[in-house]
Ligand binder design. Structure first.
Ligand SMILES: [Zn+2]
Length: 540
């Protein structure tokens, strides 16, 4: 009896149509019961103005929680936050075995230890170019050059065929650290027949225009050598290739590298332990910065994206306890601002310029390999561009999908066959909340229009037992003619109360609603904005 061939399916649960938050799943089975493989589990960073108080955005994994018993494993392609940053928060809900190469595993462990109260999370360490067998899947790790050591593409094989999941990559012929892209293995895989290519090929196509890491290192060395006084360089902490280039530039200019910022200290330590900085001179801690002559020091700082608590932001605000910069010093941004972070970066640059510091960015020099701006999976424009290029290259099936689309890769013509629950979670302090929850919307409203709070004591007969308490928070103090807004609120409140027929004054709910409308209306008339208004009525 011929057995029904298994279906091989794919769904993105994050990362498509947006930047960051990469999470993909691959399934194999007969539709009623599938076994799942998860690839990556990243975060996205929240833009303060849209999501006040939210630190991180995580993919909503309710579908995976439902399917928990059918999860075989979670593979990390590499250790960037947009690929592994959600794992500490979400793993306890999945309890799935994790597989990663040594550097990624070590950096993940260091991240976990830096988070107070994080649970134990075991990671299975896979050697470079290793394979993992999670029946019916076989996953082969293929080294690709990227801005962090040990970035991997994955060849995911099933009885229905093999998919190449690219992860993040760029084909850099001269990386300074880590493996080059294993072009031989990739083309061998292509010869063997690949069912589908999933992920970031847009960037591979753009690479013809990217300067190599060696070119960047040359420019950086020149900028450091010609600096008249102190130099600070900022880049992504995880960009070990670039840290290497900075170290070289410092050595050639006879400067000591001082590491500033916790994320940078952590990566440097892990990179040393795992051999990625072998042969690189020792670095110094931030404490020694002040003791070194200006032309003998190079500060390697966190904060390339304008993160408000990172080292460079604090230096720009002149609030860093150990590191200061003054007129004549030079700051080099050796990483491009991720879209959405430009304003924050500009704020830092302005702070530095105001102190007389010279700021060098990729707008003025070639200090960045153009990688970071192109998202791994990408926003709509990138997806469309990518699809067009693939079509022009003669790829017979080009499929654009959205987060939550379930795509059948085999057998038959690839197509979207279902939609599975997907969405976003917000990290709000120590808690995870659903994006649909009203919390953040309410907070945004509060931020825009303030609150009026009224407390009222009523006797059982409906008479005021005391003067009402009125408090305005975040509402302007005076109207356009100089009258106090709290007095306007009080007057409106008293008038509305007097206007209520006596019998209705005994119903606390009715009183509260009538007064709420009156106060809100009176303030809105002057302000042309409506505050949030609460009236609490107590019957005494
Ligand atoms: Zn990456």
């Amino acid at each position: 009896m011929a057995s029904m061939a298994g279906e091989f399916v794919f769904a993105p649960l994050g990362g498509v149509g947006e930047i960051g938050m990469n999470l993909s799943i691959y399934g194999f089975g007969d539709g009623r019961r599938r076994q799942w493989l998860i690839v990556d589990c990243g975060v996205s960073f929240a833009a303060e103005e849209h999501l006040p108080g939210v630190d991180l955005i995580l993919p909503d994994i309710r579908y995976l929680i439902e399917e928990r018993r059918n999860l075989l494993g979670l593979i990390l392609t590499h250790a960037h936050e947009d690929h592994m940053g959600a794992l500490i928060d979400l793993w306890p809900r999945l309890n799935v075995p994790i597989y990663a190469t040594p550097f990624s595993a070590a950096l993940f462990e260091a991240r976990r230890l830096s988070e107070p109260g994080a649970p134990e999370i075991p990671v299975n360490v896979v050697p470079l170019r290793g394979r993992v067998k999670l029946d019916p899947f076989t996953i082969e790790f293929i080294s690709v050059a990227h801005s962090i050591p040990e970035s991997n593409a994955l060849a995911i094989s099933t009885p229905a065929g093999t998919v190449l999941h690219t992860g993040d990559w760029k084909i850099d012929p001269t990386p300074l650290v880590g493996a080059k892209t294993d072009a031989a293995r990739l083309s061998a895989l292509g010869d063997g027949g690949v069912l589908a290519l999933v992920g970031d090929s847009t960037n591979a196509i753009r690479d013809g225009r990217s300067p190599s890491e060696a070119d960047v290192a040359k420019t950086l060395a020149e900028l450091v050598r010609t600096a008249p006084a102190r130099v600070a360089v900022t880049t992504f902490a995880s960009h070990v290739d670039r840290i290497w280039a900075v170290a070289d530039a410092a050595r050639l200019a006879d400067r000591e590298v001082v590491v500033v910022g916790r994320a940078m200290e952590r990566v440097v330590q892990v990179a040393r332990e795992t051999g990625y900085l072998d042969g690189v001179q020792e670095f110094r801690q931030a404490e020694s910065y002040g003791y070194l002559p200006p032309d003998k020091v190079l500060a390697l700082c966190t904060g390339s994206q304008g993160e408000p608590r990172a080292a460079l932001s604090r230096i720009a605000e002149d609030e860093h306890p150990e590191v200061t910069l003054t007129r004549g010093d030079r700051v080099i941004f050796s990483s491009r601002a991720i879209p959405g972070n430009e304003k924050a970066v500009d704020r830092v640059i302005n702070g530095l310029v105001a102190q007389g510091v010279e700021v060098v960015t990729d707008r003025t020099h070639l200090v960045h390999v153009s990688r970071i701006v192109i998202p791994a999976h990408g926003e709509a424009l990138h997806l469309a561009e990518h699809a067009k290029l693939a079509r022009q290259a003669g790829v017979p099936h080009v499929l654009l999908c959205r987060n939550g689309d379930l795509v059948r890769l085999a057998p038959g013509t690839p197509e979207i066959i279902d939609e599975i629950p997907s969405g976003r979670l917000y990290k709000d302090g120590a808690l995870l909340i659903e994006a649909e929850a009203r919390t953040i919307a309410a907070r945004r409203r509060l931020g825009l229009s303030g609150v009026v709070s009224v407390a009222l004591a009523l006797s059982e007969k409906g008479a005021l037992a005391a003067d009402p308490e009125i408090e305005l928070i975040g509402v302007p103090e005076f109207d356009g003619s100089g009258r106090r807004m709290d007095e306007i609120a009080r007057e409106a409140l008293e008038e509305a109360f007097e206007a209520l027929p006596r019998p209705r004054r005994r119903d606390p709910n009715e009183v509260a609603e009538a007064l709420r409308r009156a106060v809100r209306g009176a303030l809105a008339e002057r302000w042309k904005k409506k505050p949030i208004c609460y009236v609490h009525v107590l019957v005494v």
